[in-house]
Structures are given as C-alpha cells and as structure tokens.
Write a protein that binds this ligand. Sequence first.
Ligand SMILES: Cc1ncc(COP(=O)(O)O)c(C=O)c1O
Length: 382
Amino acid sequence: MSEPLHWVEIDHGALAHNVRALRQILGGAELWAVIKAQAYGHGPVETARTVLNAGASGLIVAVVDEAVELRAAGVDAPILVLTPPLPDQLDAYAVHDLIAAVADDATARALAAAGARRGRPIPVHLKVDTGMGRLGVLPEQAVALVEAWHDLEGLQLAGIFTHMAAADEEDLTSAREQLARFGAVLSALDRRGLRPPVVHAANSAGAIVLPESRYTMARVGVALYGIAPSPVVAARAAQLGLELRPALAFRARIVATRRLPAGWPISYGSTYVTPTETTVATLPVGYADGLSRSLSHKMYALVRGHKRPIIGRICMNHCMVDVGDLPVRPGDVVTLLGADGGGAITAEDWALALGTIPYEIVCMVGSRNPRRHLLSATTAAS
Ligand SMILES: Cc1ncc(COP(=O)(O)O)c(C=O)c1O
C-alpha cells in the first residue's frame, strides 16, 4: 500500500490537553466525553482511549451501535447512549452494560424486563425536555415517571438530565429559563427524596459559560476537539484562561505542479482565469473528500506555511491551488485545515465561508478521510 494522498491528522496531545483544561474549569463536576458521530470525525475508539486516560469519567454516544463498537474494541468505561432505545435494541443495553437515556414509561418497563431477564438492572438517565424540543419528557410529567420507576426491578434510575438549545448565544435568557424548569423538577424530586445521584445539563457551551448548568457532570463534545461552540463562548473561554487546541488537521500531497501562462482558465466552467503567469498545484482532494464545492473561490491552503488561494471550482476529487513562485513539487504536503508553519486554517474559517458551524466541518472532513493518529505527548503536562 502506498502512502495516502490525503488524510486527517488527529493530535492526541491536543485532545488530552483539552480534557485537562476543561476539567479545571468544571470544578467538582465530572467530564463525560461526547464521542458520537465518529468522535466528531476524530475516530471514536482512539479518542475514547485518550480522553479517558486524560481524565474523562465516561463516554457519550448518539446511538447504540456506536456504543457496541466501543465495547468490541475493549473500551470498558461507562457509556451513555443519547437516543432512546427502540424495542429491538433493548438487549444490547444489558449485554454491553450501557446506560440508556429514556423518557417514556413503556421503554423503561421494557428495559427493566430486559435487565431482569439478565439479572442485572439496566442504568437509565431520565431525559427532560426543558425547551430543546427534540427528545424527553415534559417537565410536569417527570416526577411521576421517577416515582413509577424508582423501585422497578431490572431498572436503576441512575440519572436525570436535560439539553440546552442556546447556551452558546450572547443572550442566555432561554438557556437560564431551561435551567429554571429543570431546577423546578429537581426541587420537586428533592421534596420526595427521589433525586437521582447523577444530574446533568451542560454541553460545551454550558460548561464554559453557565456554572449553574454543571451539576454532577458535563457532556462535553466540541470543546474536547479544541473548538469553541461559538464566538461568544470562545471569548468567555479566553476570559477564563481556557485554551482549546484544535485536534484535527486535513492534509494532502500535491499530485502535479504546472507553470501556467497568464489568461489560462482553471477548472469546470472556467470561472477563474490566471491573472499572471504562475505555478498551479493540483491536489487530489475534492468535494467527495469533504472539501465542499461551496468553498470554491473562498478558501485557502497552507503551502509551506503560506496561505495560497484555492482557484477555480473544486472538483469531485481534485482542486487547484495558486502557489505563485513558491518552490513546490509533487509529493509535497499541503494543509487544508489545521496549522502549518506559522499559519492556520480553522474549522471556524471553513464554517464562516460555508454558512455553517464548525461542528459540521470536522464531522464532514473527519469521516471521509483516512485518519492518522499522532499519539505522542498525550501524557505530557499541559
Ligand atoms: C444531548 C447532547 N449533549 C451534549 C452534546 C455535546 O454538545 P457540544 O458538542 O456542544 O459540547 C450534544 C451534541 O450535540 C448533545 O446532543
């Protein structure tokens, strides 16, 4: 096998640093690492190992198959599955010792039956919808469910949680309203002596900007990967002295360099014409590899540490970069995302150009390219 032509590089030193830095601001709350969607493109099994070694207390995935993949790889940490189980998935929770997120009585009872059959209660966290409008029981129905479940054989009501829709915004009114609704449920449970031991509400944004959302644990996703959820949260992180280090870089090897005359059209539709004689490098990366066609005419690559424009339309498997008079050769490595020399192109830069959020960028690029894991320095002090 030859060397790959393009790849994402995962810096595990950065992942470990981010876990340690985030734990410092969390105080006594545990950090649970959200590693759904291929660990936001960073590779779930390798990421799991690094974040657990660096101090994460548990793992969080979106769907049960992701948890099964981690167990098959030998990961034995606690795993919370965010999507409530469907009937055909119940046994997997018992077999693989998973924590279920549940918000309805029928599912809880079916899980309890599965737990009882195996002689091992299945831990569940009750999901309360305080204003995200996606999953969960409404706040006024939560107490009744806890009362109904707390002594159910085969079920262990281990936790209760909610998810904030807008903790990453300038205006935190709605996030605080959600926390107030959640707080009212917790108070009602306290009056009955029924509060489950584990309580959580914070995502990355909540963990950073809303100390009152931290409860006993925070579900940290994007910040683990060195990305702030939004510019407002980035500013707050800076005030707190929290330095997040991006962990993913996207690199490719030049496959051709050509000296082209002024006036030469580049790529489909000839939307770009060289203004002067220049060297054009062709990269073996296109929209099939996550370099969205909508980045055409808007993005740069780092060539020997210099920002050089991607010119013409991005093709399915190729793109062209105007490298000017830089001395480059086929085989040289170019950076599409990440740091190189003194320069850096961030997931935020791509997101801005594409009108999306950096979450989508790392998922898109990280899941479509071979991964190289840089494992050295994961244990170095940060
Ligand atoms: C329920 C839940 N909790 C936590 C997270 C992590 O969010 P973030 O990546 O913003 O930290 C997510 C991510 O989508 C989520 O769906």
